[in-house]
Design a protein around this ligand. Structure first.
Ligand code: LCS
Length: 404
């Protein structure tokens, strides 16, 4: 079957954060701000969900579950979901894990909020690399825990770990937990085996807990391979792996994610603190199982389409936005673009592009914690026709600014 990624889907009147929620998230400090565009005139390249339809196989599984007519309290008792997810991990990553390690959460973010509180003491800190997904910082702040940054190195738009700096930060006696992102949001790096082995040595040497957030791991450029940290650190007990079908198949609103906890004591604590008491949404369960059982072909076609969107962006920027620094990322549908040379004096890039281009995007240190000045993140998971309109407007806004 060929899936249609060019279809433009109406999202108004679905309470979509992507459509309705930008004022609060991107422009939180002044949500009442007026723009020279109506809300539905914006090209939306911000929050990490996609403009593509969730695969029909998943929609069908939800409908089939609806046909069973009762949606009472639901927990996972059989092993069908585990088998589907385990096989997916085995096939894609040559990695798996025992059933008892798998715990469900309504999201990876809620799990991070919980785990940081469980693992890090009141005077202790969490280590992250920067730039970082904003909720990594929010999760530490929510728990009133310290946060230590290790900035990634940037060589001409390609990011890597600054191991000297990282090792220094990891050996800070206050640091108890590394919150690791693989593949990395926002840079799209897929960490190599060599990098992960070196990282693993530092984690072990400092006896750190590590949460490896691998939510973006299915969304690779064609030919790239993801290596779960759990595969490199085969026997390390202080490791938690987070994965989900939510990003891969555009169903973050179903609120279902996999938290794989090796340490038995931590599993007990996590369960004891679980405010949902282990209940899950029956429609989400059906959707997620179908994703892992039936989503493989759709994902291959999605990857091909995204590869094309990234090639388009690269060529477009080269021709139309001199000074923009951009490398096609190894994963994710997010482009991390350096506009420092194009717009050196613009403090608030999301505000600039919303006002001057009618494009909603994220960028800078406010949204990506640190080491993000002058960068914007463009979400490319959309029909190419909308992408062309969006980047065309971005290029025009930069030209107009320079000609002022
Ligand atoms: N972890 C990472 C690294 C993410 O990028 C996201 C979503 C999540 C966790 C969220 O997990 P959930 O709670 O939905 O299971 N990233 C988003 C982003 O960059 N913008 O919007 C969402």
């Amino acid at each position: 079957m060929r899936y249609n990624f060019d279809e433009i889907i109406e999202r108004r009147n679905t309470n979509a954060v992507n459509v309705e929620g930008f004022r609060g998230y991107i422009f939180g400090e002044y949500p009442e701000i007026d723009f020279p565009f109506k809300d539905d005139e914006f090209v939306r390249m911000w929050v990490a969900d996609m403009e593509f339809a969730t695969p029909p196989e998943i929609c069908q599984a939800i409908k089939d579950r609806v046909d069973k007519k009762i949606f009472g309290y639901t927990m996972v008792y059989d092993s069908a979901y585990y088998e589907a997810f385990r096989e997916w991990c085995q096939k894609l990553y040559d990695w798996s894990f025992p059933k008892e390690e798998l715990i469900f959460s309504q999201g990876i973010i809620p799990a991070l909020y919980e785990l940081i509180g469980d693992l890090v003491g009141e005077d202790e800190s969490v280590l992250i690399t920067t730039p970082a997904y904003g909720f990594f910082q929010h999760a530490a702040k929510f728990n009133n825990r310290g946060l230590v940054f290790s900035p990634l190195k940037n060589e001409d738009g390609y990011f890597s770990i600054d191991f000297d700096n990282f090792e220094k930060k990891a050996s800070d006696p206050n640091v108890k937990l590394l919150l690791w992102c693989n593949p990395h949001n926002p840079t799209g790096r897929v960490w190599s085996e060599e990098e992960l082995k070196r990282l693993a040595e530092i984690i072990e040497k400092n006896d750190l807990w590590v949460i490896s957030d691998e939510i973006h791991c299915d969304l690779l450029r064609t030919g790239k391979k993801h290596i779960p940290l759990g595969k490199v650190m085969k026997d390390y007990k202080k490791l938690v792996t987070c994965m989900a079908a939510s990003k891969t198949f555009n169903m973050a609103g179903m609120m279902f994610s996999n938290i794989i906890i090796r340490d038995e004591e931590l599993r007990k604590t996590f369960r004891r603190h679980d405010r949902t008491a282990g209940n899950i949404n029956p429609l989400s369960l059906a959707a997620n199982q179908a994703a892992y059982e039936k989503g493989g072909e759709w994902l291959e076609q999605l990857k091909f389409y995204l590869d094309g969107n990234f090639e388009f962006l690269k060529a477009f920027l080269r021709e139309n936005v001199p000074g923009a620094v951009f490398k096609i990322p190894e994963s994710t549908y997010l482009a991390w673009v350096d506009f420092n040379q194009c717009l050196p004096d613009v403090e608030n890039l999301p505000l600039f592009f919303a006002k001057e281009a009618g494009v909603l995007l994220e960028g800078g240190n406010k949204l990506f914690v640190d080491n993000a000045k002058g960068f914007v993140r463009l979400n490319l998971a959309m029909p190419r026709s909308i992408l062309k309109e969006g980047v065309g407007r971005i290029a025009d806004a930069i030209k107009n600014y320079k000609n002022q």
